[in-house]
Design a protein around this ligand. Structure first.
Ligand code: NDP
Length: 240
């Protein structure tokens, strides 16, 4: 039987492209989402990939979902921590709620889900964890102290867990997309978006499928020597 992948936020945007790419590559896939039932229903109807609703920021909800997924489909061998949100505003206007929502959804989620699958991965001596970071966690971004903090924290998390898990055949990596053509970016006001695109050397937004390709690469059995790394995919906008 092929390996089972869980893609958080896997029904829309980048996550959807990841779910579809993994499925096309003959992995078994379960996608997660949080609230948009209509999008999830349409996704499952189109792709045949089951969608499971739970909040990645809620440990108890994640635990119940992982137990159910495992009982129905078997152990999760590939975890893609992709779910993420923005609540943009400058720090002097940011509410504790805007801070907390972004931290729990973007980084506490990585703890929650990785914690819940790591023992089974260790037991099977195989695992792939891919965290979806952001260019703005690398460079910082005006109005995104919450989001940049969460995405930057992902790198420390990735490297520490990569060290802990390496001897057990588990790799942990982060992909840092630049600006990608999804609902999240389409929500940016048009004049701001035009200024952003003007700063991308390749002269366009990225497509979700371009991130999905990178996930496939890192999720492969053959990628066992790549761990603790940061793969930057941003059209040349920010070079480390
Ligand atoms: P979208 O807003 O298009 O999709 C987000 C997905 O995450 C949806 O499926 C959504 O579910 C799900 N989600 C949101 N909150 C939760 C939650 N609490 N629990 C479970 N699922 C949740 O986002 P993108 O595809 O644009 O972004 C995907 C990832 O890529 C994010 O981590 C983002 O930070 C990162 N990224 C995106 C960039 C971009 O330019 N788009 C650039 C750099 C990084 P539902 O449909 O139910 O709302």
């Amino acid at each position: 039987m092929s390996r089972l992948a869980l893609v958080t936020g896997g029904t829309r945007g980048i996550g959807r492209a990841i779910s579809v790419a993994l499925r096309k590559a003959h992995y078994r896939v379960v996608a997660n989402y949080s609230g948009n039932d209509a999008a999830a229903k349409e996704f499952t109807a189109e792709t045949g990939v089951p969608a499971v609703k739970f909040d990645v920021g809620d440990f108890a909800a994640c635990e119940a979902a992982i137990q159910k997924i495992t009982a129905e489909h078997g152990p999760i061998e590939i975890l893609i921590n992709n779910a993420g949100i923005t609540r943009d505003t400058t720090l002097h206007k940011m509410t504790p709620q805007q801070w907390d929502e972004v931290i729990r959804t973007n980084i506490t989620s990585c703890f929650n889900l990785s914690r819940l699958v790591i023992e089974s991965m260790r037991g099977r001596s195989f695992g792939r964890i891919v965290n979806i970071g952001s260019i703005n966690g690398q460079s910082g971004q005006f109005g995104q102290s919450n989001y940049a903090a969460a995405k930057a924290a992902m790198h420390g998390f990735t490297k520490a867990l990569a060290l802990e898990a390496a001897a057990k055949g588990i790799t942990v990596n982060t992909i840092c997309p630049g600006y990608i053509n999804t609902d999240m970016v389409r929500a940016v006001p048009e004049p701001v978006l035009q200024k952003i695109v003007a700063k991308i050397p390749v002269g366009r937004l990225g497509e979700p499928e371009e991130i999905a390709r990178c996930v496939l690469f890192l999720a492969a059995d053959e990628a066992g020597f790549i761990t603790g790394s940061q793969l930057t995919v941003n059209g040349g906008q920010y070079m480390l």
